[in-house]
Ligand binder design. Structure first.
Ligand code: AMP
Ligand code: TRP
Length: 324
């Protein structure tokens, strides 16, 4: 099967090491052998939860810069802002007319979001997964790299596709989730939680060296003093070992060996430098793109123009089959 890849990320803040090691690194590897690869900053999804319209455009730009610096290659992939390809919203509307509301109401993601911000109980939040199905099917994509939490949305995408095919004739092929086998990177403040975009818990890919050193210095450690991997009894040190190993390209066993007889402080000081060194080339690329806003805009415009063409072909087929 030749892969047609689509994935999206909400512009909800700066990307962190967890996003990179757990997801983006793998998505970017996929672009090399794909027939089609489209990566989207899904800004229409991002406004279904609380956000600030004043800072939102900058968040979109930050996500674009992070993606480019992480290695999205505009020669191989399209990098788009979802709202710049209006066919996404249009297909979502058409799909919403064939999607039973009961399919959405049973989704755990919808229930969780609602619990987080009960005042944001509007139709857009409920329709979020229909827009996601439209994102994917608009390009007849068949491979979608996502985290585990998104599997229910991929199932729904396939149910919508099947129902459409049944009602209007064979149009969409099954979509497969590509579960990224990346690492799970945990919070530096609470190693039982995933690293997230808030506070000191995560290291943003764009954090400067002093911020990185300060965050790692403040990272919680476990009782005892041995630098040893033991997820059950030493979750904090195990998380730091994972980060060291992945970014320093050294096995965990080798890192343990290097720090035999040394203190947590020695280990953390060196880890900070490993992270700083790893992020340096990323940050240099990011800064170069940031200085060249014109080139970034040109990449987006070219991608979005191509995407609108691909999208319109599928949207026209759907409209014609639906009789609109
Ligand atoms: P989010 O930041 O929740 O929008 O997630 C974007 C992508 O990064 C998803 O594919 C997540 O599974 C992945 N991701 C987010 N946080 C982590 C983490 N701490 N460790 C590994 N992967 C993560
Ligand atoms: N819902 C996804 C998330 O929260 C983001 C997303 C929107 C997406 N549209 C998509 C992911 C299409 C993959 C394909 O992570």
């Amino acid at each position: 099967m030749s892969a047609k890849i689509f994935s999206g990320i909400r512009p909800s803040g700066r990307l962190h090491l967890g996003n990179y090691l757990g997801a983006i690194k793998n998505w970017i590897a996929l672009q090399n052998n794909a027939e089609q690869a489209i990566y989207a900053v899904v800004d229409l999804h991002g406004i279904t939860t609380p956000y600030d319209p004043k800072t939102y455009p900058q968040q979109v730009t930050d996500a674009v810069l992070d993606f480019l610096a992480a290695g999205i290659n505009p020669e191989k992939s399209l990098l788009i802002r979802q709202s710049h390809v209006p066919q996404h919203a249009e297909l979502a509307w058409l799909f919403s007319t064939i999607t039973p509301t009961s399919w959405i109401d049973r989704l755990p993601t919808y229930k969780e979001q609602l619990a987080k911000s009960p005042k944001y109980n509007h139709a857009g939040l409920r329709d979020y997964p229909i827009l996601m199905a439209a994102d994917i099917l608009l390009y007849k994509s068949n491979l979608v790299p996502v985290g585990e939490d998104q599997l229910a949305h991929i199932d729904l995408t396939n149910e919508i596709a099947k129902k459409f095919n049944g009602m209007f004739g064979q149009t969409f092929e099954p979509v497969k989730a590509h579960l990224t086998e990346g690492a799970r990177v945990m919070s530096l403040q609470d190693p039982t939680k995933k690293m997230s975009k808030t506070g000191d818990e995560g290291i943003a890919l764009s954090d400067d060296p002093d911020a990185i050193r300060a965050k790692i210095k403040k990272a919680v450690t476990d009782s005892g003093k041995e630098v040893k991997y033991d997820e059950a009894n030493k979750p904090a040190i195990s998380n730091l070992l994972t980060i060291y190993s992945l970014l320093g390209n050294t096995s965990i066993a080798d890192v343990e060996h290097m720090y035999q007889g040394k203190s947590y402080v020695d280990f953390k000081n060196d880890l900070a430098e490993v992270v700083v060194e790893f992020l340096k080339p990323f940050q240099q690329r990011r800064a170069a793109f940031e200085r060249d806003a014109g080139a970034v805009e040109a990449i987006l415009n070219k991608s979005e123009e191509k995407a609108r063409m691909l999208a319109q072909a599928v949207l026209s087929e759907v409209q014609q089959k639906m009789g609109v």
